[in-house]
Ligand binder design. Structure first.
Ligand code: ADP
Ligand code: ZN
Length: 731
């Protein structure tokens, strides 16, 4: 069907809104008409809501009741490719389109006229009296020629109070003008000199640049050990996109979005890119959204949701640390940003670069199969070499109770302290102790609303549920038997390890890095930077230290419990442990000094631990791929998780059983259903959770079958269903 591009006033149009209504609704085009994709404001009941013109009206609604759209918003219409992307992403993830549209309109005030602010620049007149303070202001302005500044900026630059500037305005020596608040971003210059690349790097950079120049879709897996220069290489792909006048997007895990990274980008291109992340202000979000749509933001560096910005001419998407689990959104719309990046690029003819030292098995398999191109950087840049890795067999260490640092690890840390080098102790567990146990009755303190034990956070002086975030003060009597002073912490968390380190190494400066100990991501990043600059001798950290930050003086990493990730039934447990251990180990020996990584383990003969120590990645991936293929699980087969939840456990199970019985739509495609079973976390925020798992062959139309299947279930009471395609976490 051919869609008309423009609708005259009064024509029937279908408008998709962000309200949970399932499908676009019919309206009449507003006065002046509107084009396909236009952002419009429409009446919905008594409210005004935001919508996008999705096509001609369906005409299946009483024409007398159809209302007119109020107005077209002053913003670039949604492009055809964006509508296609949202539609296909919705189909893939089985998400209602309005929820997808919400992801694509996460900027406030889209309908507002561009707001103005006062700016100041040099006027033609001279002031009557030239005081020292006034001289400073005029000098600051003449330094920047014809640029204008806000009042605050100018006063700060000149080092004077704002009244001085105002005084100059009164005399006409400085001009006060209105200027739009949403300013374009400074132009980036891809012609500035890049670092001189090594032979390996140059080959990779040229291949990527050529791919970008082809203006066609393609995905490349860029693999290289930490520090091999992947960032330098993909910045050249960015340069290639900019030279063509196309936009580029670099996706990073939120925590890797550091000042250090932005400084590198600025050094390469001479100006700062747009930064899209959870800490961005509303004004900044709006500015980025608009400038991206107008093509006036050439490069966006962002967390996963930057994928849903309205690029005008996107030529390249880089997904750095592509294996990172934070790319999978686990709440609301369940999507994997890595997969959606590939989808988006394939629709708009862009290139994708997936960069990682330890790729996901999915990407590794796609590269092996020739679906993705593959580029490898084998050596670390400069003198840095991969750290030596060794296991510490904890069975022969005979540690006393409530101690976790082995004698051997202690000796190695002391050697680093003696040489004024940094050491890191890694444990992937936040808080002080994972379990609080009553020594009188054996009771373990759990969350009131979830089937999870509460984790003691001594730093916060509270017990916290890591499932729902609920917290309560640390009790002094056992909630079960009322015994006094018998509650004891069991097992280590990062805070407890810090306590042990302080006792073992009293002369050392110990810094603890755990996401919950800092008020904001910004504060945490600032702390990381100080530590990198030498503000600590021993760093105690959780998973977040594994991600993309340089600690040049760090030469030892001690992993307290290398076995931790291997427990549990997650099909990706081996892969995750392998990646995490390699990443953490990669923190050691980044500069001139060689590094060592020591893994404390009770099962040194475990195949995953052996593969990590041997550093034989190809063998690990091949073996892991073989097992998944034999089991018919991703990436060789497809899976979906269905989570049913509700406050009445009986009702939730009944619904799960009913669904499992009505499996005709699944049998039609040869898919199997497992369950219902209590979800691994069987209760969250007071809601009982039951899980069904669906396994299917790779080539079958799974989504269509799933929506027919789940669609049979009447949603009675507070029963809710969530479908998770390609589940990452199995909770
Ligand atoms: P990766 O992204 O693979 O971890 P980076 O690109 O961050 O690696 O490189 C690691 C360090 O080495 C960075 O400080 C980077 O600036 C430096 N580096 C890498 N390649 C070069 C090069 N060709 N010339 C100068 N410095 C380089
Ligand atoms: Zn809870």
């Amino acid at each position: 069907m051919h869609l008309p591009e423009f609708y005259d006033a009064g024509d029937l149009i279908a408008v998709l809104t962000t309200q949970p209504l399932g499908r676009p609704l019919d309206y009449r085009a507003p006065e002046g008409g509107c084009c396909l994709g236009a952002f419009v404001e429409v009446p919905l009941g008594p409210r005004k809501v935001l919508g996008v013109v999705w096509g001609p009206g369906q005409g299946d609604y009483d024409p007398a009741k159809i209302r007119a759209a109020y107005r077209v918003l002053d913003t670039a219409p949604m492009r055809e490719e964006m509508r296609a992307f949202l539609t296909r992403a919705a189909d893939y993830t089985l998400t209602p389109l309005p929820a997808m549209l919400r992801l694509a309109t996460r900027a406030p005030g889209l309908g507002d006229p561009p707001s103005m602010r006062k700016v100041y620049r040099r006027g033609t007149r001279e002031p009557d009296k030239l005081t020292a303070a006034r001289k400073k202001v005029l000098a600051a302005l003449s330094e920047y020629g014809d640029l204008s500044f806000t009042l605050k900026e100018l006063a700060e630059m000149a080092g004077v109070g704002t009244s001085v500037v105002k005084g100059l305005v009164a005399q006409g020596a400085v001009l006060e003008e209105d200027s739009p608040r949403d300013l374009p971003f400074a132009r980036l210059n891809p012609a500035l000199p890049a670092k001189e690349l090594t032979a390996d790097q140059a080959v990779a950079a040229e291949r990527l640049a050529a791919a970008v120049a082809s203006e066609q879709y393609g995905t490349t897996l860029l693999r290289g050990v930490t520090g091999s220069g992947k960032t330098e290489v993909y910045l050249e792909a960015v340069a290639a996109a900019l030279r063509q006048g196309r936009q580029a997007l670099v996706l990073l895990p939120e925590i890797a979005l550091t000042a250090e990274f932005l400084t590198r980008v600025e050094a390469r291109f001479g100006a700062r890119p747009a930064e899209w992340h959870s800490g961005a202000t509303m004004t900044e979000r709006r500015r980025i959204w608009r400038m991206v749509a107008q093509g006036e933001a050439q490069l966006v560096i962002g967390a996963r949701s930057a994928l849903f910005l309205p690029y005008r001419n996107l030529g390249l998407i880089v997904v750095d640390e592509e294996h990172d689990t934070s790319y999978k959104q686990e709440e609301g719309v369940l999507y994997n940003a890595r997969d959606m990046a590939v989808l988006r690029a394939s629709i708009c003819g862009a290139q994708v670069v997936l960069a990682s030292a330890t790729p996901s098995l999915e990407s590794w398999v796609n590269a092996e199969a020739g679906k993705y191109a593959k580029l490898e950087l084998t050596a670390r840049f400069g003198p840095a070499v991969m750290p030596q890795m060794r296991a510490i067999d904890m069975r022969s260490e005979a540690l006393p109770a409530n101690r976790w640092v082995s004698k051997m690890l202690q000796t190695e840390v002391e050697a680093r302290l003696a040489r004024s080098e940094q050491a890191m102790l890694f444990i992937n567990r936040r808080g002080y102790a994972p379990v609080t146990l009553c020594r009188a009755c054996g009771h373990q303190i759990g969350c009131d609303d979830c089937d999870a034990r509460m984790v003691e956070h001594r730093f916060l002086k509270r017990l916290v549920c890591h499932q729902c975030g609920e917290s309560k003060p640390m009790p002094t009597v056992c909630p079960a038997c009322q015994a006094e002073d018998r509650l004891a912490p069991v097992g280590p968390g990062v805070e407890r390890l810090a306590e042990e380190a302080a006792a073992l190494f009293p002369q050392a400066r110990v810094a603890t890095l755990s996401s919950d100990m800092y008020g904001s991501a910004r504060a945490l990043k600032a702390e990381i930077e100080e530590i990198a600059a030498g503000a600590a001798d021993i760093v105690i950290g959780t998973q977040l230290v594994a991600k993309g930050h340089n600690f040049p003086n760090l030469t030892l990493v001690g992993v307290i419990d290398a076995d931790l990730g291997l427990q549990g039934s997650d099909l990706r447990a081996a892969e995750r442990t392998f990646q995490l251990m390699r990443q953490v180990a990669g923190r050691a020996g980044r500069a001139e000094k060689p590094g060592t990584a020591l893994l404390q383990t009770y099962q040194p003969e475990h195949p995953v631990i052996r593969a990590i120590l041997a550093g034989d990645e190809e063998r690990f991936w091949a073996a892991e791929a073989g097992e998944r293929e034999a089991a018919g699980v991703p990436p060789y087969g497809r899976m979906a998780g269905i989570i049913l939840s509700g406050t009445d456990v009986g009702m939730v199970f009944d619904a799960g059983n009913a669904l499992a019985r009505q499996d005709a739509p699944l049998r039609a495609i040869g898919a199997q259903v497992f369950g219902p079973a209590p979800a691994p976390i069987a209760r969250v925020r007071g809601r009982h959770r039951v899980r069904l798992l669906v396994k299917a062959a790779k080539s079958v139309p799974l989504q269509a079958a799933l929506s027919r299947w789940v669609g049979q279930l009447p949603l009675k009471g507070d029963l809710r269903v969530a479908v998770d395609i390609d589940p990452q976490s199995f909770y």
